[in-house]
Design a protein around this ligand. Structure first.
Ligand code: COS
Length: 380
């Protein structure tokens, strides 16, 4: 195993870092406070190739590998985890799924504009009564000649009110259980799509989350991705890669928390010396740095396996499980090191904690990652 990054990977990381510091950081506090979606930033990220990083040049992307994607996601999320999740959903769920299962016609129509950042996608699997238990989809798609009529509700949809393309799962044959779930590509503005109000969230407030109602939405059969009945497999395989994206987002938050804690502990004086000279603080920083490095290696390992075309679902689940825990733990410790200053908005660490928590919930909770990992290690 080679732990060195290639020149291209290093250049991508550095470009993402510069972009994050110059284009994202100046407005991140205000956007968090006002729950404002970063339209201009997402447009610029798209123009720079960051919204469809792994999409082949044949379909309008730069064709980078998953390692490069992890490096870029970490840098962007270190500065603003809201921008990180918007980028992650478009890259590793929507673009990945269309590139893998789409027809050339679907790729031309949907993937090209998504990969170049002209359009934004969202991934619609969760429902009010189907989150972890994703096999029990209540949204139905009933066949009507060459069309399907969709009815139901999708919940917790990242990019929901802003997306142009819905990567949406529905039950096309109830009698077949999860083998009767299909994936549809639906355009914004299709009659019968009803967007819910933007959720007022604890963290990642600058990202956009809402429910999406489907009220007799009519879509043509050529909008099915892959074959009818393949939807659950598409959802699961897509989420495997999505978990690498969320692990990288969590890694960014964990790293940001560490850097903030190091900086503050060198500046803040107590007992006539910087608090970094106290062993109690040194031990915290050591634990935080170890969590960050462990999360980084797990995430890069999952990305490497994906790039090598090896099975990676267990590794992706481990990376997300560990990195999300590291993000929450490091944000908590960063607040503790900042004392009272960590509890107010003057410093960024309180936002890191608010942003970190969701990484233990979306794209499969911590408990679901443990299901995925344990099934793999217990199988014959
Ligand atoms: N990768 C690829 N395929 C997977 C998979 C994965 N990670 N997890 C399950 N599958 C496949 C199984 O191999 C099985 O396929 P076959 O019928 O071809 O054998 C099929 O999916 C059904 O799986 P299973 O029988 O294990 O279904 P369960 O209901 O017992 O468990 C879990 C499925 C719980 C693992 C799944 O529902 C899940 O991951 N839930 C979380 C969903 C999620 O992340 N929600 C967040 C939405 S996005 S914010």
């Amino acid at each position: 195993m080679d732990f060195n990054f290639t020149e291209e990977q290093t250049a991508i990381r550095d470009t993402a870092r510069d972009f994050a510091e110059n284009e994202i950081a100046p407005t991140s506090v205000e956007r968090d406070k006002n729950a404002e979606f970063p339209y201009d930033i997402i447009k610029k990220l798209g123009e720079s190739g960051f919204m469809g990083m792994m999409v082949s040049p044949d379909w309008g992307g730069p064709g980078f590998d998953t390692i490069s994607y992890v490096l870029a996601m970490e840098e962007i999320s270190k500065v603003d985890a809201s921008v990180g999740v918007i980028m992650s959903v478009n890259n590793s769920l929507v673009c990945f799924g269309i590139e893998k299962w789409g027809t050339d016609e679907q790729k031309e129509k949907f993937l090209k504009p998504l990969a170049s950042g002209q359009k934004l996608g969202c991934f619609c699997l969760s429902e009010p009564e189907a989150g972890s238990d994703a096999t029990h989809q209540r949204t139905e798609a009933v066949k009507d000649g060459d069309y399907y009529i969709l009815n139901g509700i999708k919940n917790w949809i990242t990019n929901g009110t802003t997306a142009d393309v819905y990567f949406l799962h529905a039950q096309t044959d109830k009698s077949k259980g999860y083998k009767g779930i299909s994936t549809f590509l639906i355009e914004k503005g299709t009659p019968g799509i009803e967007l819910g109000v933007k959720e007022d969230k604890l963290g990642i407030r600058s990202s956009d989350t809402c429910s999406i109602g489907l009220n007799n939405v009519k879509v043509h059969k050529n909008q099915i991705l892959g074959d009818e009945g393949l939807g659950f497999r598409i959802a699961m395989e897509t989420l495997n890669g999505g978990r690498i994206g969320i692990a990288s987002q969590a890694l960014g938050i964990a790293q940001a928390s560490l850097e903030a804690a190091v900086k503050y502990s060198k500046q803040r004086k107590a007992f006539d010396a910087p608090i970094a000279s106290l062993q109690a603080i040194q031990f915290k920083l050591s634990d935080m740095a170890t969590l960050v490095d462990s999360a980084r290696y797990l995430t890069l390992n999952a990305a490497w396996k994906k790039d090598q075309k090896q099975p990676y679902h267990k590794e992706a689940a481990m990376a997300k499980l560990y990195a999300s825990k590291a993000a929450v733990q490091n944000a908590l410790e960063a607040i503790q090191i900042h004392g009272g200053y960590g509890y107010v908005r003057e410093y960024l660490v309180e936002r890191y904690l608010r942003d970190a928590k969701i990484t233990e919930i979306y794209e499969g909770t911590t408990e679901i990652q443990k299901v995925v990992i344990s099934r793999e290690i217990l199988k014959d």
